[in-house]
Design a protein around this ligand. Structure first.
Ligand SMILES: Nc1ncnc2c1ncn2[C@@H]1O[C@H](COP(=O)(O)OP(=O)(O)OP(=O)(O)O)[C@@H](O)[C@H]1O
Ligand SMILES: [Mg+2]
Length: 326
């Protein structure tokens, strides 16, 4: 925790925290454990006089170096969350702290620096990630040149090696498969050593096997460089490839599935997701709210009201029609 300045007191200290006027070093010490903290995040899109609630009080904490998968049906708010975390969109309400930055309080210039230095993005469409007329090596060097820090060839080569493409550095995207192009895209996203790598359905155009391989690449670079990785996917079978898979439903995190033990990653089957590898939890937010799975609601005939009963060390949720059932 940073120290208070003379005369400002604790309230002054907190004011400085929320106004985002700490140095990066100071901020790094504030949020040591969690690199991302979303509190009651709300995003409302307005189209004509219609309002779309894309995020409805989303709460999420992510630890440094963690690899988190975000799963959810179409329109649940996955891209909205990623765009906010990536500095491409701003929340309507709530707060988000990312790597010491207060997302709500960033100036235009802060956002440029944040997007350049803190975040690496991998998109679903390889053509959005890569420049077609540049080789793999040149694509990786491009973000470094744009940052004005030369074109560290050794680092670009190392990254291409880390994503398994040491023999492809002189090839252009059109000469590579979709999976290889996404590997290059991961290397490009890591070029400026971001703390966080965001992937919005980066395996969406790939078959399941290639998708699983790309998840392994994300995992490898996360371990190798300590990068925090957040990957959106439609493919539930890939949930086993991550440390934690969180499910978004209607703009809120509803459940999460957490890897039980830190397995030996050298020979782990990344696609294995089951009761032995992961524990599944329903998420209870800071206001005590939780989401009951839709199939349970249907099966139990629960519509707008339910009965809550505490029994020993458990809580029962029942339909009002089954009030007296056990
Ligand atoms: N720019 C926008 N303007 C208006 N509404 C938007 C905008 N972006 C997203 N939405 C709406 O917000 C909701 C969440 O959208 P979002 O793109 O985050 O979903 P998603 O989970 O990424 O879906 P998909 O799996 O299809 O990519 C949807 O109802 C969507 O129509
Ligand atoms: Mg999306």
């Amino acid at each position: 925790m940073p120290a208070t300045k003379t005369g400002e007191g604790v309230s002054g200290l907190f004011k400085r925290i929320y106004n985002n006027i700490f140095s990066q070093q100071e901020l790094a010490t504030i949020k040591d454990e969690y690199i991302i903290e979303c509190e009651n995040l709300v995003k409302i899109y307005k189209i004509a006089d219609q309002e779309v609630f894309a995020l409805q009080g989303l709460e999420l904490k992510i630890k440094k170096g963690e690899m988190v998968g975000i799963i959810g049906s179409s329109g649940s708010g996955k891209s909205t969350l990623l765009n906010i975390l990536g500095g491409l969109d701003t929340p309507t309400g709530g707060r988000a702290f990312v790597n010491g930055w207060n997302i709500n309080k960033m100036s235009y210039r802060d956002k440029i620096l944040y997007k350049r230095d803190t975040i690496g993005f991998v998109w679903q469409n390889p053509s959005r990630n890569l420049v077609p007329y540049l080789t793999a090596l040149e694509n990786v060097q491009l973000p470094m040149i744009l940052k004005g820090q030369g074109q560290d060839k050794a680092w670009a080569r190392e990254l291409l090696e880390a994503v398994g493409l040491s023999d492809w550095i002189s090839h252009k995207p059109a000469e590579m498969s979709g999976g290889q192009q996404q590997r290059v895209a991961i290397a490009v996203a890591l070029a400026n050593r971001p703390a966080i790598l965001l992937g919005d359905e980066p395996t969406g155009s790939l078959d399941s096997k290639t998708g699983a391989e790309i998840f392994q690449v994300f995992k490898r670079v996360s371990r190798e460089y300590g990068t925090t990785v957040i990957v959106v996917t439609h493919d539930r079978s890939l949930a086993g490839a991550v440390d934690r898979a969180v499910e978004i439903r209607d703009g809120k995190i509803s459940t999460e599935s957490v890897r039980n033990i830190d397995l030996d990653y050298s020979n782990i089957d990344y696609t294995a997701a089951g009761d032995e590898t992961h524990s599944k939890y329903v998420v209870v937010d800071s206001a005590g709210r939780l989401q009951i799975p839709e199939e349970y609601l249907k099966e139990l005939g629960i519509k707008d009201k339910a009965i809550l009963e505490k029994e020993d060390n458990k809580v029962l949720i029942k339909s009002p029609e089954n009030k007296n059932s056990k």
